[in-house]
Write a protein that binds this ligand. Sequence first.
Ligand SMILES: [Zn+2]
Length: 461
Amino acid sequence: MKNSKWICGFLIATSCMANAAAPDPTALEILQKSVSFQTSVGSQQTAAYAAWLRDTLLAAGFAATDMQIEPQFEGAAATATFTARWPGRDASKKPLLLIGHMDVVTAKREDWVRDPFTATVDGPYLYGRGVKDNKFDISMMVATLLKLKRAGFVPSRDIILALTGDEETTGKGAHRLAERYRHAELVLNGDSGGGKLDNDTGAPVSYGIQGGEKTYVDFTLSISDPGGHSARPTATNAIYKLSNALVRLEAHRFAVQSNELTQGYFRATAPVTPGPVGEFMRRYVANPGDAEAVEGLARQPEIVGLLRTTCVTTQVAGGHAPNALPQRATANVNCRIFPGTTIASVQQTLQQVLAEPGITITHDASVTKEAPASPLRKDVMDAVAKAVHARFPKLPIVPTMSPGATDGRDYRALGVPVYGVSGLFIRPADDFAHGLNERVPLDSIEPAVAFWESLVRDLSR
Ligand SMILES: [Zn+2]
């Protein structure tokens, strides 16, 4: 890189584009380099990763003044956000945002077969922490921007790459960036959605576009009691009270709800789902009030979240000594709330269902956020279908709603539509995101760049 600049500066200064001689790194090289930065919490390499991304874009002709690395937190938790703006021709058009996260889940070297922070090619796979979540799509986005820039493409609207460094932990970076870009036309999120391949045959099954996320809330249930000596049991016991209340919660079912995303999901998935589950899907689409179909679908752990708000007890604690009546008993109830339903209304329902006088229900409002589902806009659906069908004609495009949250939630909470559109096609059996030996198929890389290029071209016109 240094040599080429020297040549530019001294030999052919007048005709030299700042960087014409330096080849861009390939998408594979970008992904491998990305994995080499240890961006798990505590490792403090996120700013260095952002600097490398900035330099890579700089070398392709992006302006230094259009890129920002902003440090976030101090000490061991130090991380950063990175933004890069590609100015469009028409300042009156609202920007297209490309979002993702640079941080990764912690990986212990001793648990992995290979060094998690050295991207390793082994057989048909590339291994490494973050190689899928979320460095795959970040790398594909950057490779796409480089490719479009070299090709002389000029977007009509601004394209803004906005990457966080704390998605897996505090999520505060997304909050800040969403506030800044709340005027965006729409957001493409590389951290969800994507193509599904058949586990056995590797044939494409469907492409999922994520248009909504359930609201994640941890409620703390707490009951206190005067307690006393365990040799003299009283009529009131905090642990029994809490236990009985939790049994009532276990039996409770929140009301069935549906939206454009879940209806679209079941409609598209029913024909390719064999057996009774496919039949229940078909019946549910025809009649959301079909109780038997709902019951049949609700028995499937991967489907129940698409039918209703769910709340489940995940932790309990109580008592302070083996020979004392408990003075306190607490439980954590984790809820995944259907978009459009408020946290307050779920809290109210819990209060009624638990039916235990004296129980308190609280949650940390600073970490929870309600966000609506995004409308399935025709321009976005058309662009996604075109990008997918260029490779796999007629493949079903399936709207999805995630049970958990990504950075997209902060934008949706401000009314900006967000679409999860990972460029990765993968077999569920190959998906080890967050787990050991995370990997992606090598042959998924080039098609993902083509996918992103098609999408970015179409949606930045
Ligand atoms: Zn992620």
